[in-house]
Design a protein around this ligand. Structure first.
Ligand SMILES: [Cu+2]
Length: 269
């Protein structure tokens, strides 16, 4: 019985790890080193500082309301300046900002330096779906959201797509991001990745997924009426499964066949 419970627990957590869950307050569970940095930074540094500041300001407000109320101070103080207090309320916030900035810049630099990529994918934002290319493999395909009425079991609403991006686990994946029409943004919370997709320009980011599974994200730049319906789904698989998927994809999603189809379409017009 215990064993079954354990298995259920493991399987449900691994499913929930990759997508938003009901009543969720915090971040999604990290599935990459970069996201773990972000979560640590938020939970262990920013949040305590924010809570301390909020409690302190609340205390000051209550104290001032009680201590300096009109009934107790019929003749109010005429003080307008206090140099010591003014220096303190300038310096202390500056110090707090510096304490927050140093680790924040460290994380930003780490995200910005892309290690040698083992797999490169290109994400292209369209109104309103994502196109993907594996430039080194001659693979190209489009990825549309699955409509609510067509959802199969275990496919999350507004997140599942027909063609998922497939990448190998524990490999550095470099993502080139651009758009074809308007601004979009390629965002995957579990990997700590979010980059604008700008027409005529290529942005770069990277991630190294640590766990096998399907991870969901969404376009994160208002791009038009169907902005909410262009999700991102990345399936992280073992190296062998990736090789197998790739050999199939090279036939199914070959660049040449796509160009041929386009030509047929154009010729038929
Ligand atoms: Cu978009």
């Amino acid at each position: 019985m215990k064993k079954i419970l354990f298995i259920i627990l493991i399987s449900t957590t691994s499913v929930l790890a990759n997508q938003p869950k009901e009543w969720q307050l915090g971040f999604q569970n990290p599935a990459s080193d970069g996201m773990r940095d972000i979560v640590n930074f938020h939970d262990n540094l920013l949040l305590p500082i924010i809570i301390a500041i909020s409690v302190f300001v609340l205390f000051l407000m209550i104290y001032a309301c009680v201590r300096f109320r009109a009934s107790r101070n019929p003749n109010p103080s005429k003080t307008t300046h206090n140099v010591a207090v003014e220096i303190l309320w300038t310096l202390i916030p500056c110090l707090i900002l510096i304490v927050m900035a140093v680790p924040s810049f460290k994380i930003l630099y780490k995200q910005d330096t892309i290690p040698k990529a083992e797999v490169t994918i290109k994400a292209i934002g369209y109104q309103w779906y994502w196109g993907y290319e594996y430039p080194d493999e001659n693979v190209i395909f489009e990825s549309y959201m699955i409509k609510e009425e067509d959802l199969k079991e275990n496919q999350p609403r507004l997140l599942a797509v027909d063609n998922e991006v497939v990448v190998p686990v524990n490999k550095v994946v470099k993502v080139l991001i651009t758009a074809n029409d308007v601004l979009h943004a390629w965002a995957l919370p579990s990997f700590g990745v979010k980059r604008d997709a700008v027409p005529g320009r290529i942005n770069e980011t990277w991630f190294k997924a640590e766990k096998v599974g399907t991870y969901y994200g969404q376009c994160s730049e208002l791009c038009g009426i169907q902005h909410a319906f262009m999700p991102i789904a990345v399936r992280v698989v073992s190296e062998e499964d990736y090789a197998e998927w790739l050999s199939g994809a090279k036939i199914k999603f070959a660049k040449e066949s796509l160009l041929e189809n386009e030509n047929i379409k154009i010729a038929g017009k």
